[in-house]
Design a protein around this ligand. Structure first.
Ligand code: SAH
Length: 194
């Protein structure tokens, strides 16, 4: 695989990501919010994700902005990156499908919010965040650049570590013992097999 092919796979992934998310954003606008844990920090972390996962790599691919920070590209990393991209998109799609009208881009409880513990949520508590980590990994492998390639995983780390405790405490306030029981059946990012 060449660097151009790897960059094209990254671009294709971003297009599919946009298409998957579009109907969920539209539906979320129609579903009322009853409570939230939104904050400035949360908004900043979300903006950092858009910058790190979309804007910075796109600008670099078009204008070669960070050419000085390129590292050697080996075809095998392109193939592993492509696999990570496909896995990310599949998990991203499944997590939206199962969360359905309970999904929000930020930390919110919606009207009639239900605790989802089926499908991809039956074994992993935060499959969408697992998919984000895979997205960051795919970017680092497909764009061989210390800045444009690694900006994704850095911004995912910011969002994940600043949000995870708040999100789980929001869920615990809403669902109480049911959420505690759900936590004991699942890990955060990887399947609990036994
Ligand atoms: N952390 C989850 C969901 C991310 S979307 C994941 O990674 O898959 C964020 C929204 O999902 C939050 O507003 C929260 O209210 C909601 N949420 C998180 N886990 C949920 C669950 N198991 N059931 C229902 N809603 C959930």
């Amino acid at each position: 695989m060449t660097t151009s092919a790897a960059a094209l796979i990254w671009c294709f992934g971003i297009v599919i990501w946009t298409i998957i998310r579009l109907p969920h954003r539209r539906r979320a606008k129609r579903t009322a919010v009853v409570s939230d844990k939104k904050s400035l920090g949360e908004q900043l972390a979300l903006s950092a994700c858009i910058a790190g996962l979309v804007v910075i790599p796109a600008v670099h691919l078009v204008f070669k902005t960070f050419e000085f920070a390129e590292f050697t590209f080996y075809p095998v990393q392109g193939w592993i990156g492509a696999l990570a991209m496909v896995t990310f998109l599949s998990m991203f799609h499944l997590s939206h499908k199962h969360l359905a009208k309970n999904w929000s881009v930020t930390l919110e409880i919606r009207e009639g919010h239900k605790l989802v513990d089926t499908g991809v949520y039956s074994r992993i508590r935060h499959p969408m965040y697992t998919s984000f980590w895979l997205w960051g990994l795919a970017q680092a492998l497909l764009i061989p650049n210390w800045i444009a390639g690694l900006a994704g995983v850095a911004s995912v780390a910011w969002l994940y570590f600043s949000r995870i405790e708040n999100e789980e405490s929001l869920m615990r306030e809403q669902f109480g013992a049911d959420y505690d029981a759900y936590c004991s059946r699942t890990f955060r990012l990887v399947p609990k097999i036994f």
